[in-house]
Design a protein around this ligand. Structure first.
Ligand SMILES: [Zn+2]
Ligand SMILES: [Zn+2]
Length: 786
């Protein structure tokens, strides 16, 4: 076998010599690798797991059990019953198990049983997307249990139907947006429903992270307060993907003590999991002459072709629609050289297809008319494709939960299958393919949110006061001490008025809800409009607009490519036209940071580690056009207004003498610190559910506020969303992984897989890869000494 020098781990050899279907497919894919290349960094058989079933809980009556039996659920899995028992006993519970482990049953059992046995009880179901809610509602309808009147209540529900839902439904399926805008402001119309509310189900609760999660956390507190007003104290049942410490995150989300159920009792087929790192190319260089890897998409195209040749039904996940189309095209090209008939068995699939087209595609994959499909994440939800022979994931999709969701399409039927993660040019991907434990072991990533962010608290306190005047107890329920000072500010602004009964909303005729965007930053969103048709495509956060939708920017929206013509920040409007050029754009910014308040600071000799609030000033000054190969076409200057952001940051400083002792000359300091900062930003998603666009960083050889060489990593949203706090908490693991990602990359002096950043405002200059390792060693050494 060519190019397998790195297959030195005994486990890999075992996998590769195995007789399982996954091993066969992996051998096929490896055999197609050009000689001299050794992209396989790890292979492992994740063994099959037998399901552990258990009896139905005694409290589930025959009428509830029967429809499940009829659908083939003879006996439930252990985790389903464990979670259902907690919920039935009135304990708030989160079930956090793998993809397709049947988490729905965990809440369906207690809720349906309650609604069936108690004609007065009601329940609320919340999902982050309408598609998921519609799916779950359909399932409940199909069960046809007596006494259960489930209905959806969202933006699409016709007005006349809404009255019916309020008055007659006892299980309402909605989403946080509608709860915020439609239900809580008019809770008087929901009195009967809310007074009888026994259960609140929060599905896919790991989606509520970052700023959105912080908003939803306050929304849950508002819901609990209004319910309490009507004498109801519902039990919360949450379903989560596998994350670290789900109960802790669920408690932050709901403000309640939550127990966790994580012992997955569902069966799983064996899978060969392979981690793959495309080689550095000799002939191409990227920014500042850095080496570039063969793109994950190109590598995936070749694999897809090999898999189809082997007769395997395969799915490839690629980041963008263009990428998916190029991957399918690449695979077809390879196949047509072998047999033109085979080429027609590969297709690209994208978001926006009509339901009929989706069904057609599912059917074609099922029957084998199609063998290879390249898709964007559009397939993650809403399409029923499972039991494939192979899944290739081109680039880590950002969270382990997404990765396993995608991987879960392979071998679900219990057969053995192949899953390959192909690393993109990115430090997190580099780390993961060299540290299989981070992918396959216990999760490190925590679902992070911060409901004490004053920028999030303020609008929710205003909404809450307009719903029911706020008492002192309410304020502490909504946000503790942090909320009290926000209330004072709202009084000073004239939005709230203090009276004897508490704090009142000052404008009874004009509710604050419509102005609060719970998915955005709270500021006015920038609207994207297609010039030719006048069609509104969507919105962009005003804070990131100068960097993402500046004139000339290539902007991907739901996998479709647009080029921005004009951006008017005052009007909050960006005009774009559909165009899919071969280049991408990258904004260049100048950035400045000042420390507003240091909340925590720990000294470790010549190292200091701090957490606090900062002010970041950022100005976009131009942009680069880059080809997919990494080659820079040109640089265009821009004149954009500076934007300042008050947020939270974690930072560390090393003394000058510590850097000298580490072997770093002063001339190296800026490049070494800058490289360490970039890689650290790239690795933060390992410990917190964020992506690198949620955070930013600044490094400097001398910062006026700290007086020392300093590296800052800050939240990208006003007030922060918990990322800096989580980084501070997991500092050792985070920086150790950062150091490993840099040293694992075999490039000589820095590349996009280690220390270059796609969003660097300074054009990735200066960067000192070797110096970054010395800086991180100095930090980690002192942390280890305590
Ligand atoms: Zn590198
Ligand atoms: Zn940079």
């Amino acid at each position: 076998m060519s190019g397998s020098e790195r297959v030195g781990l005994s486990g890999d050899v075992e996998v590769l010599s195995g007789e399982t279907r996954g091993a066969q497919l992996l051998r096929r894919v490896l055999a197609g690798t050009p000689s001299g290349e050794s992209p396989l960094t790890h292979a492992e058989i994740v063994p099959a797991r037998d399901g552990r079933t258990t009896g139905w809980p005694e409290w589930v009556p025959e009428a509830v059990r029967a429809p499940f039996l009829a659908r083939g659920v003879e006996r439930p899995w252990g985790h389903q019953v464990a979670a259902a028992e907690h919920a039935w006993a009135g304990e708030h519970v989160v079930v956090s198990t793998g993809t397709a482990s049947g988490k729905s049953l965990a809440y369906q059992l207690p809720v349906i049983t309650r609604l069936h046995t108690d004609p007065r009880a009601t329940a609320l179901y919340l999902s982050p997307t309408k598609a998921l809610g519609a799916d779950q509602l359909r399932t409940v309808h199909d069960l046809r249990v007596d006494g259960v009147r489930a209905a959806s209540y969202d933006g699409d529900t016709p007005i006349p139907e809404r009255d019916w839902v309020r008055q007659h439904a006892n299980w309402v399926f909605t989403n946080p947006d509608m709860l915020h805008r439609g239900v809580l402001p008019r809770h008087g119309r929901w009195t009967t429903f809310l007074r009888r509310l026994r259960y609140v189900v929060i599905d896919e609760c790991h989606s509520y992270r970052g700023l959105f999660g912080s908003h939803v956390a306050l929304l849950m507190r508002r819901l609990r307060r209004v319910c309490a007003r009507y004498g109801a104290h519902p039990t919360f049942v949450l379903a989560s993907a596998t994350v670290s410490e789900p109960a802790a995150s669920a408690s932050v989300l709901t403000g309640l003590d939550v127990v966790e159920v994580t012992d997955d009792g569902s069966p799983r087929g064996a899978r060969a999991v392979a981690l793959w790192e495309p080689p550095l190319l000799d002939e191409v260089t990227g920014e500042n002459g850095a080496p570039v890897r063969r793109s994950a998409g190109a590598e995936t195209a070749r694999m897809l072709a090999d898999l189809v040749l082997e007769g395997a039904r395969s799915l490839a996940f690629v980041r963008s629609r263009r990428g998916a189309e190029l991957t399918a095209l690449g695979a077809r090209r390879v196949l047509s050289e072998v047999d033109p008939a085979l080429a027609s068995q590969v297709a690209a699939y994208r978001a926006g297809y009509l339901p009929e087209e989706r069904r057609e595609l599912e059917q074609a994959l099922l029957t084998g008319a199609l063998r290879g499909v390249a898709t964007t994440n559009a397939l993650e939800l809403g399409v029923d494709i499972a039991g494939l022979d192979a899944v290739v994931v081109a680039g880590f999709p950002g969270t382990r939960a997404s990765f396993w969701q995608q991987a879960g399409r392979a071998g679900r039927s219990g057969d053995d299958a192949l899953v390959v993660l192909v690393a993109r040019d990115d430090p997190l991907d580099t780390y993961l393919v060299h540290h299989p434990q981070a992918m396959l072991g216990a999760p490190l990533e925590r679902c992070v949110l911060d409901p004490t962010n004053p920028y999030v608290l303020a609008p929710h306190l205003a909404c809450a006061a307009s719903e029911i005047p706020l008492t002192r107890e309410d304020v502490s329920l909504l946000g503790g001490d942090a909320a009290l000072s926000v209330v004072d500010d709202l009084v000073a602004e004239g939005l709230l008025r203090r009276r004897r009964g508490g704090w009142f909303w000052s404008h009874p005729t004009d509710r604050p809800h419509a102005g609060v965007d719970i998915r955005g930053s709270g500021g006015e969103q920038v609207v994207l409009v297609e010039s030719e048709t006048g069609r509104m495509l969507g919105t962009v956060d005003p804070g990131t607009a100068p960097a993402t939708v500046h004139p000339g920017a290539v902007h991907l929206h739901q996998g479709e490519s647009y080029v921005v013509d004009t951006l008017d920040l005052d009007e909050g409007l960006a005009h774009v036209h559909a165009e899919d050029p071969e280049w991408t754009t990258q904004a260049r910014t100048v950035i400045d940071i000042s420390v507003e308040e240091t909340e925590q600071c720990a000294g470790f000799g010549e190292l200091q580690v701090c957490l606090g609030s900062v002010e970041v000033t950022e100005q976009v000054v131009g942009y680069l056009r880059k080809l997919p190969s990494g080659r820079v076409l040109d640089s265009t200057p821009l004149d954009m207004p500076a934007r300042s952001l008050r947020t939270r940051a974690v930072w560390y400083t090393l003394t000058e003498s510590a850097l000298l002792r580490a072997g770093l000359e002063p001339a190296q300091w800026p490049g070494a610190l800058h490289a360490a900062e970039h890689a650290a930003i790239g690795l933060l998603p390992l410990v917190a559910t964020c992506d690198r666009w949620d955070i930013g960083g600044v490094s400097t050889a001398l910062h006026p506020d700290t007086g020392h060489p300093t590296v800052f990593v800050h939240d990208g949203h006003p007030g922060g969303a918990g990322f800096a706090d989580r980084a501070h908490e997991a500092l050792r693991e985070w920086l150790a992984a950062t150091r490993a990602a840099i040293s694992d990359c075999e490039c000589p002096s820095g590349c996009p897989s280690c220390v270059q950043s796609p969003k660097c405002g300074n054009g990735n200059d200066p960067l000192d890869k070797a110096g970054a390792i010395l800086v991180l060693d100095a930090v980690l050494g002192r942390l280890a000494e305590g």
